[in-house]
Write a protein that binds this ligand. Structure first.
Ligand code: NDP
Length: 241
């Protein structure tokens, strides 16, 4: 039986690596995105993975989107809540819009998405929910009160839902990436990267999106059936939680 996986924000960056790795592992995969049609079309052409556009911050859009994916691809067995944004600014300058955008996208989306799939997973007695949190949700980060709060919230969500679903064959886990070699990090000037960022990372290198993807593939597998409520740090030793 081929399982179906849905990766939110699955068309770019870490999410694209996750979508591809799940496809290679034999899943039917759907990838959602917010609005970058060009990147999504390129990703679809390169991978053959179905793409769907909706805003994960909207409960109703998630309900419609999940219905569409389930009717076109299959009932969702694996949900990867990966979509996320930053709106970095020191707290004393942070606007309510910057706070709400980050909380609703990075934390609200876990409710909006997981709520759509949980009843099907309970009925089928199998499910995997994998939430992409962040090292900055574990340790806090200057200029990221909104982001750190949202990502710490993802970890609390993971633990509580894991308790509720453990008996029903559903696992819920979080992954906390450290600095990963994506467009966002590639935009950091080379001297800042070498002098300020790499010295913080005992492994002395950035992580690769594929290294997050492989962790997702493991957590999605039958082999990980006894792993639930966990927070997996993938950060080169930068923060030992
Ligand atoms: P990117 O900015 O490269 O990609 C984000 C993806 O999420 C895109 O596909 C984007 O769609 C989608 N997305 C954003 N907002 C929404 C929304 N409201 N509704 C639906 N889709 C949305 O992100 P990264 O790959 O860098 O990060 C992926 C995850 O990993 C995030 O949760 C991030 O917080 C986390 N993370 C990243 C780290 C890093 O070093 N990069 C470190 C730690 C955690 P579109 O293409 O349409 O914009």
């Amino acid at each position: 039986m081929t399982r179906t996986a849905l990766v939110t924000g699955g068309t770019r960056g870490i999410g694209a690596a996750i979508s591809k790795a799940l496809k290679e592992a034999g899943y039917k995969v759907a990838a959602s995105y917010a609005g970058n049609d060009e990147a999504a079309a390129k990703f679809k052409a390169e991978t053959g993975i179905a793409v769907y556009k909706w805003d994960v911050a909207s409960f109703d859009a998630c309900a419609d989107g999940v219905k569409k994916v389930e009717s076109e691809v299959g009932p969702i067995d694996v949900l990867v809540n990966n979509a996320g944004i930053t709106r970095d600014v020191p707290f004393h300058k942070m606007t309510l819009d910057q706070w709400n955008a980050v909380i609703n996208t990075n934390l609200g989306s876990l409710f909006n998405m997981s709520r759509q799939v949980i009843e099907g997973m309970r009925a089928r007695k199998f499910g995997r929910i994998i939430n992409i949190s962040s090292i900055n949700g574990q340790k806090g980060q200057f200029g990221q009160v909104n982001y750190s709060a949202s990502k710490a919230g993802d970890i609390g969500f993971t633990k509580a839902l894991a308790l509720e679903t453990a008996r029903g064959g559903i696992t819920v886990n979080a992954i906390c990436p450290g600095y990963i070699n994506t467009e966002m990090v590639q935009a950091v000037p080379k001297d800042v990267l070498e002098q300020k960022i790499l010295p913080l990372i005992p492994a002395n290198r950035l992580g690769e999106p594929s290294e997050i993807a492989r962790a997702v593939v493991f957590l999605a597998s039958d082999d990980a059936g006894f792993v639930t409520g966990s927070t997996l740090s993938v950060n080169g030793g930068q923060y030992l939680a």
